[in-house]
Structure formats: C-alpha cells, structure tokens
Design a protein around this ligand. Structure first.
Ligand code: ATP
Length: 236
C-alpha cells in the first residue's frame, strides 16, 4: 500500500481545468518530486490533497484511507504538513512563537524534544529565537517554515518550491536538509521549478504539464531524459 495515492484526479477553478486526470503515488520513506513549468498545476496538486480545491473527479488516499472528501482540518490531522510557496511565516511573531504555533496540535510532552531537533537542524533559528520572524532573511524564513511544519510531527511533508528566490548558499542548505530529514525517515513530496536540484535528491519524480503527468521515472532517469533536459534543465 502506498502512503499517498492520486488516482485519476481532476480539479477546477471555475472554468479552468487545472488538473486533468493525475495519477501519482508516494511510498513511505521516499522523496518524490513534481516538476513542471509555471502554471502546470503543481501547487494545485498539493492543495487538492487538502481539498482546496476539491478533486472534481478521481480519488486521493492517504495511508489506506480515502481523504477525497474529508474536511481540510481533518486532513491536516492525518499527519500531512504543507510548507506553502512563499513560506507564510507569521512575520510579527518571534521565531520561537512561530515554532510554538507549529506545535498547536502536537502533544505538549513532545515540545522540548521536538524544538531541540529543529534547532539541531537549523542552529540559526536557536540563535535568533527571540527575533521577529519578519526580520529574518528569505533563507532563514524558509528554515523557519520547515521547522514550524516539523513541530507538528508530520508523517508526510509537502514542500512547495522551498528554494524559490533564495541565494545559492541557502538553496544548497535547504536541499541538504531535505536529504537529512529523509534519512531520518521522513517521507517528502517536493514541488520545484529548480528541477536540477530536485531530481538530484529525489528517488522518483513526475513531470506535470498542463495539468497532466507527461513523464515519470527515477530522479536519475529524469535528469538524463532528453525531454526533461530540453524543457527544464538547459539554461535553467
Ligand atoms: P507556479 O509554479 O507558477 O505556482 P503551478 O505549476 O504551481 O505554477 P498552479 O498554481 O497549480 O501551477 O496553477 C495551475 C493553473 O490553475 C494555472 O492556469 C493557474 O492560473 C490556475 N489557478 C491557480 N490557482 C488559481 C485560483 N485560485 N483561481 C483560479 N485559477 C487558479
């Protein structure tokens, strides 16, 4: 049984047909990446998982449970955490308060151990825990957004363009963190326009075009694929 399965999923925004029969699966322990151009439907796919928008056709299951029509707040309680594009941290709260917000639904007895783990992963967050989050650099905010998601102890972590707009040094650090989390057992679905980095760390990948999957394979296979190279790697 796969951890996550999309079977023939369609999604619409009014008249816009954003997903057109998407089939993907994510196995426990994998890093799976979804690559595609602007507007291909990557963010929509992640949001459809939470029912925003709802799948208009097809089904989504998570750990053997059909979540296609489940309420959004119930889906997030299944252990799925999303780090949205653009990070969306709480800018006026401190770093520590942001991390506390991430632990809202976690057991209080887990807090000390979990925050220690986040600080080990991102030492800069410990050093800046009393600082307002809005004054962090873009890369630090991305670390905070990931740290906040981890405080909820997810079993599946969804990352929507975590490297977008970051300096090269931070991009490296974010991808290294993704690999480290995965080695500790975290299953990760990663949406990226940075196809090169994403395919390098991913076990498998899917290429999304106009709302449909057009190509799939291992990270290595997709990196070597002429179609992928021409559309997403060369010059990019
Ligand atoms: P990007 O990398 O630019 O975010 P994407 O691959 O994530 O691209 P989506 O954001 O999923 O693509 O967009 C897929 C299609 O759905 C696009 O045509 C987009 O214009 C449309 N779309 C996305 N969100 C909405 C919305 N809230 N209302 C109407 N149309 C939308």
């Amino acid at each position: 049984m796969s951890m996550l399965t999309f079977a023939g999923v369609h999604a619409h925004y009014g008249a816009i047909h954003a997903l057109r029969g998407v089939d993907i699966h994510v196995e426990e322990g994998e890093i799976v990446t979804l690559i595609g151009a602007n507007g291909a439907g990557k963010s929509t796919l992640m949001m459809t998982l939470f029912g925003q928008p709802r799948a208009s056709q097809g089904s989504i299951s998570y750990q053997g449970r059909d979540i296609t029509r489940m309420a959004t707040h119930d889906i997030s309680r299944q252990g799925i955490a999303l780090v949205p594009e653009g990070r969306r941290i709480f800018p006026r709260m401190t770093v520590l308060e942001n991390l506390q917000m991430g632990a809202t639904f976690a057991k209080p007895e887990h807090f000390d151990g979990d925050i220690k783990r986040v600080f080990e992963l991102f030492p800069v967050l410990e050093a800046r825990q009393a600082q307002r989050a809005g004054t962090l650099s873009g890369g630090e905010q991305q670390m905070l957004a990931i740290g906040r998601a981890l405080m909820g102890r997810p079993t599946l972590l969804l990352l929507d363009e975590p490297s977008l707009g970051l300096a090269p040094l931070y991009i490296k650090l974010i991808f290294r963190t993704i690999e480290a989390l995965n080695k500790e057992g975290m299953t990760i679905l990663l949406v990226e326009q940075n196809a090169h980095h994403a395919l390098k760390v991913a076990h498998r990948g899917y290429v999304l075009q106009h709302g449909g999957i057009v190509l799939t394979g291992t990270g290595k296979e997709l990196l070597a694929s002429p179609e992928v190279r021409a559309a997403y790697l060369e010059g990019g």
